[in-house]
Design a protein around this ligand. Structure first.
Ligand code: ADP
Ligand code: MG
Length: 413
């Protein structure tokens, strides 16, 4: 058992990380300074060009300077977002369209390497500036510029080399730690974004235990990155699924789907049953297995997919969005049926299902059998259900809610 005093002391110490938050906002102000500097340089360049004073070298130097400013600004964003996420608090961008690729597996090692490579980029631009303007650069400056640039490259290479094993090691710790136990009583969409990611935070900040046998960097770290990027509202393992609970369900099919082979086969899975019977749990469990099998996965509720596709259509880029989603061999659409859709939104789901038909997989969970989907999708329902179900395993879950079962047994205790 842990001593409560030490635990409290530890938490108090841990809370002091918030002292760092203002520093990041200070960097945001610095970012503003760079924006100002950028436009000042740009304005000068335009004026010089308009007045005819700009030589080719001048333009090139000025543009390089602009590139330099942008690169430093990028570096700042990396430190601000990555540093805040690593050392202060999770931002919860999982599944956000603009989530930078590196943020899903950011840790201090990754950040260091990103910084080092950004510095190499900046120093290359500087060196290039010197060479472009070689007549006005002393040999001394040129020599030292080159030497310093080489030093940056060298240190970035060393950092990258060292961080590979370290990052993989760090990620292992998370991969093996199940995040949430069964028996939560809040609806899944209430947990998303704040619930588990936030609660998981202090846990994830602990350094990973040193494994007895040194592990190779590799697939596990990548799987963990995919799991984090998938935007699951919580972590649910198939291993934690109580086989006894839902009175009726097809155990064999669930075990087979757990091998995630349906993803490579581009088949779909439809989970149907009353609330609390574990549809979301199974969908996440299959999704996590797919991540472990090397597939990228994206999870969202039907309402969230509706919003995402509507936004894309409003921006005139629905086709591009559907094509972009091809990057994800598995999409999970949770909670179909909780809100009926208007004809336009139903049409968007039809586009999604038709686009992925025989091309990529979907897991759909819903509270009613496909035969009653006209209550949700109206006239689009038959065509939609037909394509979805053509190559699909339909798992029916019957029985009482696991949530209320937990609640009543708590009372009974
Ligand atoms: P649904 O999506 O069908 O409404 P959920 O998957 O959200 O239900 O399940 C509600 C809660 O009960 C979740 O915390 C889930 O992990 C848990 N749960 C449901 N069925 C089981 C089961 N058979 N074994 C373990 N936990 C379960
Ligand atoms: Mg659910």
């Amino acid at each position: 058992m842990r001593n409560p005093t030490t635990t409290t002391l530890g938490y108090a110490l841990f809370a002091t990380r918030w002292l760092q938050a203002p520093l990041y906002f200070g960097l945001v102000a610095a970012q503003g300074v760079y924006v100002y500097k950028f436009f000042k340089e740009l304005w000068t360049l335009i004026l010089m060009c308009v007045s005819g004073h700009a030589t080719e070298t001048y333009v090139m130097l000025a543009v390089l300077k602009l590139v330099d400013v942008v690169m430093i600004a990028n570096l700042l964003i990396m430190v601000i977002v990555g540093g805040y996420e690593t050392f202060v608090s999770r931002i919860g961008l999982q599944g956000h369209r603009d989530q930078p690729e590196w943020l899903s597996h950011v840790n201090s090692n990754v950040l260091k390497v990103k910084l080092a490579t950004a510095i190499v980029g900046i120093s290359s631009v500087h060196l290039l500036q010197m060479f472009v303007d070689v007549h006005h650069t002393s040999r001394h400056a040129l020599l030292w510029g080159t030497v310093i640039h080489m030093a940056f490259i060298f240190s970035a290479a060393i950092l990258a080399y060292m961080s590979g094993p370290m990052a993989a090691h760090g990620d292992r710790g998370h991969a093996e730690r199940p995040q949430a136990g069964p028996g939560r009583t809040t609806p899944p969409h209430a947990e998303r974004d704040h619930g588990d990611q936030r609660q998981g935070k202090p846990e994830q900040e602990e350094p990973a235990a040193t494994p007895a046998v040194p592990r190779q960097p590799g697939p596990d770290a990548d799987a963990e990155a995919r799991i984090r990027a998938a935007g699951f509202p919580a972590r649910k393992l198939l291993e934690d699924f109580d086989q006894q609970h839902p009175r009726g369900f097809d155990r064999e099919t669930v075990a087979r789907l757990g091998k995630a082979e349906f993803v490579a086969a581009r088949r779909n899975v439809v989970l149907v049953g009353p609330p609390g019977t574990g549809k979301t749990h199974l969908a996440i469990g299959f999704g996590m297995r797919a991540c472990q099998a090397g597939h990228r996965v994206l999870f969202a509720t039907a309402a969230e997919w509706a919003a995402r596709l509507s936004d894309a259509r409003a921006a005139g880029r629905l086709d591009a969005e559907l094509a972009a989603l091809d990057e994800y061999p598995l999409l999970i659409v949770d909670e179909v049926g909780y809100t009926p859709f208007d004809a336009a939104t139903a049409g968007l789901f039809f586009r999604l299902v038709a686009h992925r038909y025989e091309r990529a997989s979907l897991i759909v969970t819903g509270d009613r059998p496909l035969g009653r989907w006209d209550e949700v999708f109206g006239a689009s329902a038959p065509a939609l259900a037909d394509r979805l179900a053509h190559h699909a395993d339909v798992v029916r879950l019957d029985g009482d809610s696991y949530r209320t079962r937990r609640a009543t047994s708590a009372w009974a205790d």
